[in-house]
Design a protein around this ligand. Structure first.
Ligand SMILES: NC(=O)C1=CN([C@@H]2O[C@H](COP(=O)(O)OP(=O)(O)OC[C@H]3O[C@@H](n4cnc5c(N)ncnc54)[C@H](O)[C@@H]3O)[C@@H](O)[C@H]2O)C=CC1
Ligand SMILES: O=C(O)[C@@H]1CCC=N1
Length: 258
């Protein structure tokens, strides 16, 4: 069992707390200034506190506050050298966090599916930290990347769930416009994304080969694929990820001189 604290229990912090609670193998202290945020996570953790000092007594400390308040939080957070601080803030360089703490710093880009144990996370670290590795295994899948790749990872797997929600919503909307019952359309659209994603995860084939497996000659899929291939969907998605990655770089620029 690892003693974990989570500072900042908003959307992402609470997803981490709920995900860790599912495993039942970690003791989690939740810290936030907002008592309503603490009330929401109270059933999923061992202790809640508004006192950051109480959150400092943990093996692994997640700092899950917005980038604009991270400097203030780090100034109040006094961690020993044998603790590990995990920063999840978009665009905040690991070097910035390291310069404000004695703890070992791991930078990760998680996503909201942590709550369900289905998180996709990108991690950059110098030393392999077994406690953090175990926690990330419990919350989903993670890949190790160079810190220079963090901006694109932030766009792909950090912001990515929002882009996928949009795509599911768009396919659902199109099916309803074609006459399908709205509830049926929600279930079928979401489960189709889930099943297709699981197929990509488990298959040795690339996505073009998987498309071929669905598209029967003279059948329905190829008619829809022709529309997609002739469209600018691919370049729009490239722009979407590009805009999110660029914002991550801009945020990082704000920490250059600090
Ligand atoms: N929302 C998401 O899907 C993802 C967010 N992130 C990162 O997670 C971090 C948090 O984002 P969200 O959860 O979306 O924000 P949020 O606004 O939902 O949550 C932030 C929480 O921090 C608390 N807080 C503010 N100042 C504090 C302080 N001094 N001490 C303790 N708690 C304090 C707030 O009361 C709030 O509950 C950000 O740095 C973001 O870049 C990373 C990946 C995904
Ligand atoms: O939108 C944001 O800035 C955060 C980081 C990745 C997902 N949400």
């Amino acid at each position: 069992m690892t003693d974990v604290s989570v500072i900042g229990c908003g959307h992402m912090g609470s997803a981490l707390i709920r995900g860790l609670d599912r495993t039942g193998t970690h003791r989690v202290v939740a810290c936030d200034l907002d008592t309503s945020a603490l009330e929401a996570v109270e059933p999923y953790c061992a202790e809640t506190t508004t006192d950051i000092a109480s959150a400092a007594d943990a093996d692994v400390v997640f700092v899950a506050v917005k980038p604009k308040v991270i400097a203030a939080v780090l100034a109040d957070l006094d961690l020993p050298a044998d603790a590990t601080l995990v920063t999840i803030a978009a665009g905040v360089p690991r070097s910035f966090v390291e310069s404000h703490t004695d703890a070992t710093v791991v930078r990760i880009m998680p996503n909201l599916a942590a709550e369900l144990g289905e998180m996709a996370a990108a991690v950059s670290w110098d030393d392999v930290d077994d406690d953090v590795r175990d926690i990330l295994d419990d919350l989903g899948e993670f890949v190790e990347i160079e810190e220079g790749e963090m901006d694109v990872a932030t766009a792909l797997n950090g912001s990515g769930p929002a882009f996928v929600y949009y795509l599911i919503g768009a396919m659902r909307k199109a099916a309803v416009a074609e006459g399908l019952d709205p509830d049926a359309a929600t279930t079928l659209a979401a489960q189709t994304f889930k099943g297709a994603a699981e197929t990509v995860v488990q298959s040795d084939e690339d996505t073009d080969a998987l498309i071929d497996a669905v598209a029967t000659e003279g059948g329905t899929t190829i008619e829809g694929m022709e529309v997609l291939w002739d469209s600018d969907v691919e370049s729009v998605l490239a722009e979407t990820l590009g805009a999110a990655a660029e914002r991550s770089r801009e945020l990082a620029g704000g920490f250059d001189d600090e």
